[in-house]
Design a protein around this ligand. Structure first.
Ligand code: NDP
Ligand code: 13P
Ligand code: ZN
Length: 353
């Protein structure tokens, strides 16, 4: 008898466009959310979005509580939970980059409350996803959570954010190519659960982004539109898969290990992009797609070398040789690379000198 079942959880409303920041109150109304919201934000996003959105709520007779967090930590998640309880919040609104959105996502999961995602940077594909990532001891990768009830992405705000945040979002999407290669490999060698739909959506998202690379330019609001739609599509692929597999393979292991070795050295998206150049080489050798990935990253101004990431060569080698240990996720790294092989791939791909 066929007994398989699956739950795919997705946002109900996705609102993208110029000036949609002022639609957040209407979205809340459309979702029939009652009571007091708690806005979870960080310093810059508070100025550019949370305070103006709070004014819209006040004008609509709703008094939001606001908590500003500085770093993505479990202490911050706990603080948000405490404030939500103390202020009698009935739903959360994450307003900011990955840090604010992930903290709101994890706190709302714990509180069993809904949350809305209001990105101020097109910097990562957690905007829509059912995954939350906050460093926990040695762990840096995402864990299962709930997706937002709604996403409100104002392309005016996203286009005005620093350009490197947008190029980080692009690189997070370009890395889907190698994430899917790793997923297929793991399915063949380890029989891991695999979804052809999620894999195809993830790859197609990367392809559309690369095909439209010439539209992705600083100061162009259309760029924010193209990148945000790709980030959403990649997040949906993760929700269909019920895991981050479609968007996270060995290139993400490499980035998570860099986060442990050199916290805050570079943006998440930039690190996974450089990782993807090297893991593409491991998959396909010299005739593989690593040069295409490097070219795609370079064409949108994303880093392609350790120096551009601001990370020294030895740290790259150390991350490559140790990152297979940080998570139970089979990838092209298998049981690990030795130092000579790691140095070789990083040198041949031009990541280190
Ligand atoms: N859950 C998931 O599925 C996924 C989660 N992630 C996670 O997301 C995080 C990466 O997200 P990222 O956005 O790069 O990190 P942050 O949220 O730390 O944002 C990066 C920087 O951008 C600033 N910023 C945000 N919006 C604006 C704006 N409009 N104008 C000016 N500055 C702005 C922030 O300011 P300030 O310092 O004031 O906050 C911060 O300094 C990582 O922790 C990663 O693990 C990544 C992919 C998927
Ligand atoms: O960053 C992600 C996808 O882009 C999430 O992946 P992880 O599960 O590796 O944190
Ligand atoms: Zn990522």
């Amino acid at each position: 008898m066929f007994e398989k079942s699956t739950w795919i959880r997705l946002p109900r409303n996705v609102v993208v466009g110029h000036g949609v920041r002022s639609d957040v109150v209407d979205v809340v109304d459309d979702l029939h959310l009652q009571g007091r919201p708690l806005f979870v934000t960080s310093p810059t996003p508070r100025e550019v979005a949370a305070d103006p959105i709070a004014a819209d709520f006040e004008a609509a007779g709703i008094d939001p509580a606001i908590v500003t967090i500085e770093k993505a930590t479990f202490d911050a998640v706990e603080r948000v939970i405490e404030v939500a309880e103390a202020e009698g919040a009935s739903y959360l609104v994450g307003i900011g980059g990955g840090k604010a959105i992930d903290i709101a996502k994890l706190a709302s999961h714990h509180l069993e409350m809904g949350f809305l995602s209001v990105p101020t940077a097109a910097s990562h594909d957690g905007i829509v996803s059912n995954r939350g990532s906050v460093p926990d001891g040695d762990s840096r990768h995402s864990v299962a959570a709930e997706p937002p009830l709604a996403v409100v992405a104002d392309t005016g705000i996203l286009a005005e954010a620093p350009w490197e945040l947008t190029t980080a979002g692009c690189a997070d999407i370009i890395s889907n190519y190698t994430a899917v290669m790793d997923w297929r490999l793991a399915q063949r060698l380890q029989d891991v659960e695999y979804s052809e739909y999620a894999a195809a959506l993830s790859e197609m998202t990367a392809e559309i982004l690369v095909d439209n690379a010439d539209l992705i330019r600083p100061g162009l609001e259309e760029s924010a539109w193209v990148v945000t739609k790709a980030l959403m599509s990649s997040g949906v692929a993760m929700s269909i898969a019920g895991s981050s597999r479609p968007a996270s393979g060995a290139e993400h292991l490499f980035s998570h290990q860099l986060d442990r070795l050199e916290p805050d050295a570079a943006l998440h998206g930039h690190q996974v992009g450089v990782g993807s150049i090297m893991t593409a080489y491991l998959h396909g050798g010299d005739r593989g797609i690593w040069r295409d990935i490097r070219e795609a990253l370079a064409s949108i101004d994303a880093p392609t070398t350790a120096a551009e990431l601001g990370i020294d060569d030895e740290t790259v080698v150390e991350a490559l040789t140790t990152c297979h240990e940080i998570r139970d996720r089979y990838t092209i790294l298998g049981g690990g690379m030795n130092e000579r092989a790691a140095r070789d791939v990083a040198t041949k791909t031009g990541v280190i000198d």
